[in-house]
Design a protein around this ligand. Structure first.
Ligand SMILES: Cc1cc2nc3c(=O)[nH]c(=O)nc-3n(C[C@H](O)[C@H](O)[C@H](O)COP(=O)(O)O)c2cc1C
Length: 285
């Protein structure tokens, strides 16, 4: 997937071009590529310095994943491509017939937030390309990092591409978004929150928290914690390098009471979208 393809073979697929300074945009591009492949979409993921800018007018669907570095600067591998795009000799219909999407990686703590993604989006439009969807902007300040914006942006992208050409995403029609959501919820429900004893009323393995403190500076937006546990029973064995997963559990009684109170069907699927600004202000209240 990551190999450089000839421009002829790239024409038949969705091309994902990334410009990265320290690797995040490459990771994001590869994630988009894997997600596309799962939907049966042929993709090529290429670094922008391996992409021939003169072949851009021949592409049908191009996805750009670009970060911003310095003070609103393009990543080093993007310099030559950007110089080519800024040429005055390029006409306003140079990219006629090209459909594109831009996902930017940046940090809203910087004055020139996601400057490169914004500049690229505008320049592509000025050269006659048509946006498949509105640009997405990933932000390091989001509690989930750039992925907080990437997930919903990818969903919109697949929906838009499917509406444009269902043949591009042959597996979308077989697994609907709702089906995949149901699968995820089913998987989460099947996770066991603890190893239960024969009585089934309480876990038979107990960990006592003996240290719990934040590793972040005061006033930091994120909260990374150091947790130290002491095993006070011994029915689970572990080795160095094993990973402990801490899963939250809902009280079934509380869930049933909530559903009854709201007169809701327990099998109903509801999608929540939480505004990050709202979450932040709540935390400070
Ligand atoms: C030295 C440096 C300068 C940065 N400058 C900006 C900036 O001007 N604007 C912005 O939105 N983000 C800026 N960022 C944040 C990066 O864009 C963000 O961390 C991104 O995820 C990096 O992606 P990359 O690893 O693909 O380069 C900067 C990050 C670093 C380390």
């Amino acid at each position: 997937m990551n190999n450089h393809e000839t421009s002829d073979s790239l024409k038949k697929m969705v091309v994902i071009v990334y410009a990265s300074q320290t690797g995040n945009a490459m990771d994001a591009a590869e994630r988009i590529g894997r997600d596309a492949e799962r939907r049966g979409c042929p993709v090529a993921v290429v670094s922008i310095d391996e992409f021939d800018a003169t072949s851009l007018p021949c592409e049908e669907n191009v996805i750009f994943v670009v970060s911003t570095t310095g003070q609103g600067d393009t990543p080093d591998p993007m310099k030559a491509f950007w110089k080519h795009l800024l040429q005055r000799s390029l006409s306003h219909d140079w990219l006629k017939g090209v459909r594109y999407a831009v996902f930017g990686l940046g940090d809203s703590g910087y004055q020139k937030y996601n400057f490169v993604a914004k500049k690229l989006d505008k320049r592509l439009r000025d050269l006659g390309a048509v946006a498949i969807i509105e640009r997405g902007l990933g932000d390091d300040q989001h509690p989930s990092g750039y992925e907080g914006a990437l997930d919903p942006w990818m969903s919109s992208l697949w929906n838009a591409l499917y509406r444009y050409n269902p043949d591009l995403l042959p597996r979308v029609s077989t697994v609907s978004d709702l089906d995949s959501l149901k699968m995820k919820i089913g998987g989460a429900r099947s996770m066991c929150p603890g190893k239960f004893s024969h009585e089934k009323t309480r876990p038979d393995y107990f960990l006592k928290v003996i240290n719990n403190y934040s590793l972040c500076e005061d006033g930091s937006e994120t909260d990374v914690r150091y947790l130290k546990f002491e095993a006070i029973s011994s029915s689970i064995y572990y080795h160095v390098g094993d990973v402990l997963e801490v899963l939250p559990e809902q009280s079934h009684v509380a869930v049933d009471a909530f559903l009854k109170l709201c007169n809701m069907d327990p099998e109903l699927y509801i999608r929540f979208t939480i505004e990050i600004r709202e979450m932040r202000s709540r935390r400070y209240l």
